[in-house]
Write a protein that binds this ligand. Structure first.
Ligand SMILES: [Ca+2]
Ligand SMILES: [Ca+2]
Ligand SMILES: [Ca+2]
Length: 293
């Protein structure tokens, strides 16, 4: 606001010269009242806002209140946070706002924002005190690793399962805010048998067969799984998948020898047991009985 002082020589709003002293006094009082900017925010706003990292340590100074006035012991204003336990305090004699409780964007270890009122008093006056609303919000940091649901995992897979066949869903959830901090990439870690099983793709929690299984050569195995977010640096969790390979009748029976002979008496009767032979069947043991016909 701009005040203009009129003087009689400039031509005033009234033609009554007797009115000038009273007008000058009134303007002077009003001018002083307006010039007392103590407890007003310097930026002309009504609210003081701060935006800080969610992992800001308790005890940190998060900012300085941009209020007009001197809050020191000999100063002309007094500042205090009007709510008790509000999560913010003002260091005595300063305009510094100090964090008094942990904040958490995920609202697990504390609130994700604070709203408090700072009381500002004009010292040595009877003016009513001012309340300055202060808002503190937090931005996300990557403070959560993906967490596997239902881990560790186990699956039974037929040796006849085709490459690409689904084995198991192994989902992991990340509590951080949507975006890189919560985007989970899945992988089977390199190691023994890791060539048999893999994720459909790195963003898909579905495990599939990557290489044909064979009960006769591998009956069970364990692979390690990793779920990693895309933060910088990333966070991850590992778990295990145990796979039991199920036998299937995928082998033809084989004779243990190429040929068999038996000595039979001349009067051998029909139906007499002549010989037995073990057939080697890697799926199921089979015994064949040979009788005289
Ligand atoms: Ca957090
Ligand atoms: Ca977070
Ligand atoms: Ca994360």
């Amino acid at each position: 606001m701009c005040l203009k002082h009129w003087w009689p020589s400039e031509g005033g709003p009234s033609d009554s010269s007797a009115a000038w002293p009273a007008l000058a006094i009134a303007l002077s009082i009003r001018s002083r009242a307006i010039q007392d900017s103590r407890c007003y925010l310097m930026n002309g706003g009504a609210v003081e806002s701060f935006f800080i990292s969610e992992d800001t340590p308790v005890g940190s100074v998060i900012g300085t209140l941009s209020v007009n006035g001197d809050p020191s012991a000999e100063g002309d204003i007094a500042l205090s946070v009007s709510e008790r336990g509000a999560g913010l305090v003002i260091a005595p004699g300063t305009k510094n706002l100090t964090l008094a409780r942990a904040l958490d964007r995920e609202e697990r270890a504390g609130p994700s924002s604070l709203y408090v009122n700072v009381r500002c008093e004009r010292r040595h006056t009877t003016d009513p005190s001012f309340l300055i609303p202060v808002s503190v919000r937090v931005w996300d940091v990557n403070d959560n690793a993906p967490v596997w649901r239902g881990a560790p995992y186990s699956a039974r897979v037929s040796e006849l399962a085709a490459v690409g066949a689904r084995v198991l869903a192994a989902p992991a959830a990340d509590a951080d805010q949507p975006g890189p901090h919560a985007t989970v990439h899945y992988a089977v870690l390199p190691g023994p048998y890791s060539e048999y099983i893999g994720f459909a793709n790195e963003l898909d929690s579905m495990l599939v067969v990557k290489k044909p299984l064979d009960y006769e050569s591998v009956r069970n195995f364990t692979v390690r799984l990793r779920a990693q977010d895309q933060g910088a640096p990333p966070r991850y969790n590992d778990t295990e998948l145990y796979v039991q390979v199920l036998d299937a009748d995928d082998q033809n029976p084989k004779f243990t020898h190429d040929h068999y002979t038996a000595l039979l008496p001349d009067d051998v009767k029909e139906g007499t047991l002549a010989a037995t032979s073990m057939l080697l069947d890697v799926d199921l043991p089979v015994t064949v009985v040979i009788k005289v016909l």
